[in-house]
Structure formats: structure tokens, C-alpha cells
Design a protein. Structure first.
Length: 415
């Protein structure tokens, strides 16, 4: 729940990661777009910097040697892993190392699975993107119920604001979390006309995603967690990913503990220290483990290979048919950052003016994550860290340079 409302560390900064589209959609919907289709030789070439022992591999290894990175980096081409490295410990107390199958808290990088769930129901004729909130849910103010559509919610253009949550509250069950979301979203208010642009209210953005998840629940009779597990993760073969509870986080050895950097330079295990939080300026006092279980806007978990499996499942029609996969990743208008376009979970970007990249990033107390997909050349790049102070922007730019074999647009902002 922690990053679910704000999109993690600097949501506004994540949206502005220039050429990295780090808050866009980390999935691919088939063939190249426009004039960006590269030559066959370029599609099949593996640049040396993307290979084991290449510059990207060496750079991340150097960070890990300095204890500046812990987690997993992965690069895949045509669904096959080109580079996979794990560094550091998933659980310091038990001495469990990170490995390729380690699941890390994605923070807001979990969000792309929400529009997939909605579009599955649209594809089945059970929903329409033009449906108003009031067509499926009750208890909202009349203007929200009558004016806000699913399309608005998925493009973060609903115009909502909502109270900031109590970051100190410790939840103890799925039922408690579910009840909280139902009550909290009913406090959302319309502050700008729906569709008039990026709403700019971070709590309202989280509320909008929670409302869309409640629509999925109303139509299917399942909780959002169960629906996504069964119809997205399971269908895509994502066996190591999920909305895990705090008890699973404590006992399942494949789930990395999140280590929060403290003011004295030490790192603290978030899940074992619920009374402690991050001192970071934008996440001060927060601890994602207090939430008990994540939700549509944040704090689900995934492994790096599972994110590659999802990209393949979307590409081959396993989770959505081709027209709806194209709808998922298609540009919906100008995005909030220069050179970006609005999609159903954030901006899309045309890399160096030639190649589309869809990605989704997130950061919260104790973790940072990003996954990008290149539809024209069929690459996937994943960075998952169970540290919150990694130089993520630099890692992403170097990963993009390794994949493309050429300099890329500056990501803008610091790491």
C-alpha cells in the first residue's frame, strides 16, 4: 500500500525520466509502429555491452561490490535471457542470497496489470471503457459517479483528489485492507474536469486505480488480488509473482526483504521493523510492510523472468487478443514529459526518435524497480532492487545503451 498512493519515490520525477519512460507500460503489443521497424539484422543482433562480461554487467557488479546495489538485473531478447545477474542478499538475517527467481516489491511498477484486467473484461463484453463509475459502484459523490469513466481512471486523467492515507497504520488482514480501500476511495473528490489533463494529485491517482480495481471486483465477484492471480499471473506463467501478504514476505525464501536506508547510513529490514520507516524526503516515515498486502497501485511482487514471461504472453495473445494488446499500449495523447505519450498506465516514449519503449518504474521504502520492453526489436530489460538508494536512473540509462548499442536520450534527474 505504501507506494500505491504516491507511485513511490518522486512519482512526478519518475514520470519525468525523459528518455526512459520509467513510468510507462512495461509490455509489448506486437509489431513495430510507424517507421520504427528496424532491419532484420538489427533485430537479431546482440550488442556486446548487453552480454555477460559487457559494460553493463561490469557496471552493476561494481555497484554491488560497493554495496550500492542488491537485487537482480536481466536482459532478454526474443524471450530468451541474454544476461541475468543477481547480487546481494534477499534476507540478511537468514543469509539468503538474491537469485534470478527472487521476487522483489515492485512498488508502482505493479500497475500495468490493472489495465490488463480491465481490458480482459472489455474484450469479453462485460465492461466498456466508457462506463461511468456509477454504473458498477455505489457510494461515490454524484459528479464522480456520473462523469468519471474507466478510460479516465486508466489514463490518470479522472481529475480526482483524495485524503493522504495514514502511513503509520499497520494492517493485519486482507479483509482489513479491502475495507480500507472501499472507505478511502469514497472520500475522493472531483477537483478538475475528467479528461482535462494529468490530474496532478498523487493521492487521487492512487484512488483512481483502486476504483478501477473495485470495478473489476464488482463485475467478476472476485477480489482484485484473486482475479489478477488467476487471469493474469497464472495465464502468463508468472509462478513467482503475486500480491503476497506480510506473513508470506516473512516466511517465503524467494521473496526479498526490502532494506530501507537510514539517516545513519545503515539499512533496516522493512518487514521485520514495522515501527521504523524511511527517512527519505518523499517517503519519510513510510514502510510498505505495514500494508499487509499490496493493491492495484503498488507493492505487488514479481521476479525478473516473470516480467519477461508477461511480455511474451501479451505479445502472443495469451492474456489479451492482439487488438486489445494494441489498445493497451497505444498512445492516448501527449504525455507529461517531453517526447512522451499518454498510455493506460503512464507515458510511452519514442527512444532516440526511432524506437518505441514501454516501461514501468516504481520505488518505495526499501526497494526500486523498473521494466522496459522494446516492441520493435523484442528486447526486455528488468532492474529489481531490494535497496531504496540505488542509482536507478544511471542503471537504466546504461541498460538502454547496452540494449540499443548506442547512446540514448538522457534520463533527466538524478539517480
Amino acid at each position: 500500500m505504501d507506494a500505491g498512493f504516491t507511485g513511490g519515490i518522486g512519482r512526478r520525477r519518475l514520470l519525468g525520466w525523459g528518455g526512459l519512460a520509467a513510468a510507462g507500460l512495461g509490455v509489448v503489443a506486437g509489431a513495430g509502429r510507424g517507421n520504427a521497424e528496424p532491419a532484420p539484422a538489427d533485430r537479431d543482433r546482440v550488442p556486446p555491452d548487453a552480454r555477460p562480461g559487457g559494460s553493463f554487467d561490469r557496471y552493476v557488479a561494481g555497484l554491488a561490490a560497493q554495496d550500492r546495489f542488491s537485487g537482480v538485473v536481466l536482459i532478454a531478447h526474443h524471450g530468451r535471457i541474454v544476461l541475468s545477474r543477481a547480487h546481494g542478499l534477499a534476507d540478511r538475517e537468514r543469509g539468503i542470497r538474491n537469485h534470478e527467481g527472487t521476487a522483489v516489491n515492485l512498488s508502482s511498477a505493479i500497475q500495468p496489470f490493472l489495465p490488463v484486467a480491465v481490458l480482459q473484461l472489455v474484450q469479453q463484453g462485460r465492461l466498456a471503457l466508457s462506463d461511468r463509475v456509477g454504473a458498477h459502484l455505489t457510494g461515490f459523490p454524484a459528479d464522480v459517479a456520473e462523469q468519471v469513466t474507466l478510460h479516465h481512471l486508466l489514463t490518470n486523467s479522472a481529475g480526482l483528489d483524495a485524503p493522504m492515507p495514514d502511513w503509520q497504520r499497520v494492517f493485519h488482514s486482507r479483509e482489513e485492507v479491502h475495507e480500507h480501500y472501499e472507505r478511502w476511495t469514497r472520500q475522493a473528490r472531483l477537483v478538475v474536469p475528467p479528461g482535462s489533463g494529468d490530474q496532478g494529485h498523487t493521492a487521487g491517482a492512487g484512488a483512481g486505480m483502486a476504483i478501477a480495481a473495485q470495478v473489476v471486483e464488482a463485475v467478476t465477484g472476485l477480489t482484485y488480488w484473486d482475479y489478477v492471480h488467476e487471469h493474469v499471473f497464472k495465464r502468463a506463467g508468472m509462478t513467482g509473482s503475486g500480491f503476497f501478504t506480510r506473513q508470506q514476505w516473512l516466511t517465503d525464501e524467494h521473496i526479498a526483504h526490502s532494506y530501507m536506508r537510514q539517516a545513519d547510513g545503515s539499512r533496516l529490514d522493512a518487514v521485520r521493523n514495522l515501527d521504523q520507516g524511511s527517512p527519505g524526503p518523499e517517503i519519510a516515515g513510510r514502510n510498505p510492510a505495514r500494508a499487509f498486502i499490496g493493491h492495484a497501485a503498488g507493492d505487488g511482487f514479481a521476479t525478473a523472468p516473470d516480467l519477461v514471461r508477461f511480455a511474451r504472453a501479451l505479445r502472443d495473445g495469451t492474456v489479451l487478443s492482439r487488438p486489445y494488446a494494441e489498445l493497451l499500449t497505444g498512445a492516448k495523447g501527449p504525455g507529461p514529459a517531453p517526447g512522451s505519450f499518454r498510455g493506460y498506465t503512464g507515458p510511452l516514449h519514442l527512444l532516440n526518435g526511432r524506437q518505441w519503449v514501454f516501461g514501468r518504474g516504481g520505488a518505495t521504502a526499501g526497494s526500486a524497480a523498473n521494466w522496459d520492453v522494446y516492441p520493435d526489436t523484442d528486447w526486455v530489460g528488468v532492474v529489481l532492487s531490494n535497496y531504496d538508494d540505488v542509482p536507478l536512473l544511471d542503471i537504466l540509462q546504461r541498460q538502454m545503451q547496452a540494449i540499443t548499442g548506442e547512446p540514448v536520450d538522457s534520463p533527466g534527474g538524478g539517480g
